[in-house]
Design a protein around this ligand. Structure first.
Ligand code: HEM
Ligand code: HEM
Length: 472
C-alpha cells in the first residue's frame, strides 16, 4: 500500500495513467465501432443478443472514443506539458490520479451500463446521473490541480496551450451539467423540444469546448517544439482562443435546423457557423506560419506528422462544417451518412490524430524510456490514414446517395440496397483503424515495460524555446 501511495506521487505518473487509458479505450472504442458497423451490414447477425444490437453498441462506441480515447490521451499529454511550460511540477500527482479514477469510472460505465440498456438515451449525454457526477468530479479536480500548478509556476508568461487546457476544463465543467440536465437526475432530460436545444447546446460544445481546445493546446505545444522555432504570433494565438469562446459557444442550433426551434436560434447558429472561419483560420495560419520552411521536420518526426495531418483534417472539417450548416445543404445531408463522415474526420482525424501525436511526443519523457518501436508508429499512422480517408470517401458518397434519394421521395427499402456496399466497405476499412489502435496499444505498453531507458534521466522541468518574448 505504501509503495502504491509512493508510486502515485511520482512526477508524470498521473500523465502516464491517462495516456495508457487513452490507448486502451482507443482499441476498445474502435472495436465497438466495428460491432456497430457490422449491424448495419447484416442486421440479423446479432438478433437476440441484446448487448450487441446497434442501439446499445453505438453509444458505447461514441462515448468510449470521445471520453475514453481522445480526452484521456489529450489530458494525459497536458498533465505533462502544462507543468513543463510553467517550469514547475504538477501541483498534485495524487489529485491527478483521483481525477483519473473518476474519469475511468464514467468511461467504463459505458460498455457496462449501455450494454444492459441503462442509459439516459440522449446522444452524447447517455451516461446516467452517478457517472455524470464522476465526469464533473474529474473536471473540477483537474481544474483545481491546473489552477494550483499555474499559481506555483516559475515561468511568468502563460503560453496559449495553458490557456486552452484551463479553458477546456472550466468551460466543460460549466456546459456538462447544463447539457445533461443534472438538476433532474431521474431522466437527465427536459420535457419537449426544449430538451433538444439544451442537448445540442451541450453536444456541440462537447466538440467545441472539450475536444477542440484539448487538440489545439497540444498542437500549439508540439509544432514549435518539433520545428525548434518560436510560435509565429502569440497575439494571434490569443485572438483564436477568445474567438473560439465567443463564437463556438452558441451555434449548437445547426444540429437541429430540421426541428421547429425558434427562427432566431437557427439564424444565429447558421451565421456564426460561418464566423467560425475566424477562430479556425487564426489557429491554422499561426501554426502553419510557425512551421513554414520546416514542414519537412514535422513530417519526418512521426509524432509531428500526426499533429500536422491533424491540422489538415481540422481544415477539411471546418470547411465542411459551415457548408453543412446551410439549411439548403442540410436538407440533403442531414439524415444521412454524410454527417457520420464529418464526425469521423473531426473526432478521429482532427482531435484524435492530434491527441495521438501529442501522446507519442511526450511519451518518452513521461515513461523515461525511448518509444519501443518507431517503425510500428509509422505502420500505425499508415493504417489509420488509409482507414480514415476511406471512411470519409465512403460515408460521404453513401450520404449523398441517401440524401438525394430521400429528398426525391424514394422509399427507404429501395435506398438501403444501394448503400449496402458502402456499409460493407466502411466495416472493412474500420479494420485498418482497429489494427492501428491495437499496434498503438502494444507500443505504449512495451514502451513502458521494455523501451530503452533514456540516459541521462529526463529533466522534467526544462526550459523551452521562446516566441515574441513569450516562453513556450
Ligand atoms: C477511434 C476512432 C473512431 C472515432 C473517434 C469515431 C467516432 C465516432 C463518432 C463521433 C460517431 C457519431 C457520429 C454521428 O452521430 O454523427 C461515430 C459513429 C459510428 N462509428 Fe465511429 N469512430 C471511430 C472508429 C470507428 C470504427 C473503427 C468503426 C467501424 C469499424 C466505426 C463505426 C461507426 C459506426 C457504425 C457509427 C454509427 C453510425 C450511424 O449512426 O449510422 N467507427 N463514430
Ligand atoms: C467550423 C467548424 C464546424 C462547423 C460549422 C460544424 C458544423 C456541423 C454541423 C452543421 C453538424 C450537423 C450536421 C447535421 O446533423 O446535419 C455537425 C455535426 C458534427 N460535428 Fe461539426 N462542425 C464544425 C467543426 C467540428 C469539429 C472541430 C468537430 C470535432 C472536434 C466536430 C464534430 C462533429 C460531430 C461529432 C458531429 C455529429 C453530431 C451528431 O451526432 O449528429 N465538428 N457539425
Amino acid at each position: 500500500m505504501k509503495r502504491l501511495w509512493e508510486h502515485i506521487g511520482q512526477t508524470n505518473s498521473a500523465s502516464a495513467a491517462y495516456l495508457v487509458a487513452g490507448a486502451v479505450w482507443f482499441f476498445v472504442g474502435a472495436s465497438y465501432g466495428l460491432t456497430t458497423a457490422i449491424h448495419l451490414v447484416s442486421p440479423e447477425l446479432f438478433n437476440n443478443i441484446p448487448w450487441l444490437v446497434f442501439g446499445r453498441t453505438r453509444p458505447i462506441h461514441v462515448n468510449t472514443v470521445i471520453y475514453g480515447f481522445v480526452v484521456s490521451a489529450g489530458v494525459g499529454a497536458a498533465l505533462h506539458y502544462v507543468p513543463a511550460l510553467l517550469k514547475t511540477r504538477l501541483w498534485s500527482e495524487r489529485l491527478g490520479w483521483l481525477s483519473w479514477l473518476f474519469w475511468q469510472a464514467a468511461v467504463v460505465s459505458g460498455p457496462i451500463c449501455f450494454s444492459l440498456g441503462i442509459t439516459q438515451g440522449r446522444e452524447y449525454a447517455e451516461y446516467t446521473f452517478p457517472f455524470d457526477c464522476c465526469v464533473m468530479a474529474t473536471l473540477l479536480l483537474l481544474l483545481v490541480n491546473l489552477v494550483m500548478t499555474v499559481a506555483n509556476r516559475t515561468e511568468k508568461s502563460l503560453y496559449v496551450s495553458v490557456w486552452y487546457i484551463l479553458g477546456m476544463a472550466l468551460w466543460t465543467a460549466g456546459v456538462y451539467p447544463i447539457g445533461n440536465v443534472m438538476w433532474n437526475p431521474p431522466s437527465g432530460a427536459l420535457p419537449g423540444l426544449l430538451d433538444s436545444v439544451f442537448l445540442w447546446f451541450y453536444g456541440h460544445n462537447l466538440v467545441g469546448l472539450l475536444l477542440t481546445p484539448a487538440a489545439l493546446a497540444s498542437a500549439y505545444y508540439v509544432i514549435p517544439r518539433i520545428c525548434k522555432t518560436p510560435l509565429y504570433s502569440h497575439t494571434l494565438s490569443l485572438v483564436g482562443f477568445w474567438a473560439l469562446a465567443a463564437i463556438y459557444t452558441h451555434i449548437g442550433g445547426h444540429h437541429i435546423l430540421q426541428a421547429p426551434i425558434p427562427n432566431w436560434l437557427k439564424t444565429l447558429s447558421v451565421v456564426d457557423s460561418m464566423a467560425m472561419i475566424v477562430p479556425v483560420l487564426t489557429v491554422l495560419v499561426n501554426l502553419w506560419l510557425t512551421a513554414r520552411g520546416r514542414f519537412g521536420m514535422l513530417w519526418n518526426d512521426i509524432a509531428g506528422r500526426w499533429v500536422l495531418v491533424g491540422t489538415l483534417w481540422y481544415l477539411v472539417t471546418c470547411i465542411q462544417g459551415p457548408i453543412q450548416s446551410l439549411p439548403s445543404v442540410q436538407k440533403i445531408t442531414h439524415f444521412s451518412n454524410w454527417t457520420i463522415g464529418h464526425a469521423h474526420i473531426a473526432v478521429l482525424g482532427f482531435s484524435g490524430f492530434i491527441a495521438l501525436g501529442a501522446m507519442w511526443h511526450v511519451l518518452p519523457a513521461v515513461a523515461g524510456r525511448e518509444i519501443w518501436s518507431r517503425r510500428l508508429l509509422h505502420i500505425q499512422f499508415g493504417l489509420m490514414m488509409f482507414g480514415l480517408a476511406g471512411f470519409f470517401a465512403v460515408l460521404t458518397t453513401a450520404g449523398l446517395i441517401q440524401g438525394h434519394a430521400w429528398y426525391n421521395g424514394e422509399t427507404e427499402y429501395r435506398v438501403l440496397p444501394e448503400i449496402a456496399p458502402y456499409m460493407a466497405l466502411r466495416a472493412m476499412l474500420g479494420l485498418f483503424i482497429i489494427a492501428g489502435a491495437l499496434l498503438g496499444l502494444i507500443n505504449v505498453i512495451l514502451t513502458f515495460t521494455r523501451g530503452p531507458r533514456l540516459a541521462p534521466p529526463v529533466e522534467i522541468v526544462r526550459p523551452a524555446p521562446t516566441g515574441q518574448g513569450v516562453a513556450l
